[in-house]
Design a protein around this ligand. Structure first.
Ligand SMILES: [Zn+2]
Length: 192
């Protein structure tokens, strides 16, 4: 085993070599010799979210907020995921906001929750609602708003080939869902 790198089982290597053959190339030629192992390790990393409990990132909460009771927003969070239908990349950015009730979390934790769900085979709609639900369940805030904007490799690189087309999904919960003014405020802060 190469040092520090995860072991790749024989059948996984074989599966990728089979794909290369299926694509029309020869997996035994020099340039492709190590490709199955590299691809396997890359996929391991792309799907590392399966080994994570996203809620764990929200377990450290702070009550000392100095009287702050307004929207907390983290925006333009870049992420990469893979669509479950084609295993093609989904590349985009997310905006995650919540209106704290009493507790807040370190701001980077919101991005960690996003990545824990993104590093799985996904559809954008589910990714959006899973992130929102996780914050809702664990922080019990007054409201949660998640907006995700992404490009899908399965659309831009193959099939209908429409580069530049982005998909936007959003999930609003609590006050952001019920109260028009608050929703407008958060969407404004997010730049929509
Ligand atoms: Zn797809």
């Amino acid at each position: 085993m190469e040092q520090g790198k995860p072991h790749v089982p024989r059948e996984v290597e074989e599966a990728i070599a089979t794909l290369i053959r299926w694509a029309g190339d020869d997996p035994t030629r020099e340039g492709l010799l190590d490709t199955p192992r590299r691809v396997a390790r890359a996929w391991r990393e792309c799907c590392s979210g399966y080994a994570e409990d996203p809620a764990h990132h929200l377990s450290r909460q702070f009550e000392e907020v100095g009287g702050y009771d307004e929207i907390v927003l983290l925006k333009d969070i870049p992420f990469q995921s893979h669509c479950e239908h084609h295993m093609a990349p989904i590349i985009g950015k997310a905006a995650i906001a919540y209106l704290p009730r009493e507790k807040v979390v370190g701001i980077s934790k919101l991005a960690r929750v996003l990545h824990a769900y993104a590093r799985r085979l996904q559809i954008q709609e589910r990714l959006t609602s899973e992130v929102a639900q996780c914050i809702w369940d664990n922080l019990r805030p007054h409201g949660v708003a998640v907006v995700i904007e992404a490009q899908h490799g399965c659309m831009t690189g193959r099939g209908v080939r429409t580069p530049g087309v982005g998909m936007v999904t959003s999930r609003m919960m609590g006050t952001f869902l019920d109260d028009n003014r608050t929703r407008k405020e958060v969407l404004g802060l997010m730049g929509y």
